[in-house]
Write a protein of this length. Structure first.
Length: 151
């Protein structure tokens, strides 16, 4: 099974990154402006795109302050995402941290998967900008990734 793996250095303390991953306000700053998140283990996150037309729902599986956040995708407009797992690991590094991102459990490594990998990288850079500079580039301020995924 193919997995999406990214690793990047972030020049801010890992608690700030952890907060951006575990609060709806944080998600709104880097991924999608239309987000709700029940930030407790077993809580549900709903991330909407394109004026409520597209939804991804996750369950929070792990919250290890400030080191790890794990979600299971329950439902998504993105083909192949349901039943996958998303994990953010934060390692201290000097005055900042290293983010190790993994999205695991995809059935196929096709062209659509390759485009999703690129989309994940884009939003992780948006997260980096958000926590370092105070301004990310969440949807809908970005290119229409849903169109990119159409065959």
């Amino acid at each position: 099974m193919p997995d999406i793996l990214h690793r990047l250095e972030i020049d801010t303390p890992r608690q700030r990154v952890y907060d951006a991953l575990t609060h709806a306000e944080g998600i709104r700053g880097w991924w999608t402006r239309d987000a709700e998140l029940d930030a407790r283990v077993g809580g549900i996150g709903e991330f909407r795109f394109y004026q409520h037309e597209r939804l991804t729902r996750v369950r929070v599986d792990a919250l290890d302050t400030p080191a790890r956040v794990t979600w299971t995708v329950l439902d998504s407009f993105m083909p192949g995402w349901p039943d996958t797992r998303i994990r953010f690991d934060l390692e201290p590094a000097g005055s900042g941290c290293i983010l190790a991102f993994a999205h695991r459990g995809f059935a196929h490594g096709d062209a659509r998967f390759a485009r999703v990998t690129t989309g994940c990288a884009y939003f992780l850079v948006s997260l980096k900008r958000f926590v370092e500079c105070g301004r990310g580039a969440p949807g809908p301020e970005v290119v229409d990734f849903a169109r990119m995924l159409e065959p």
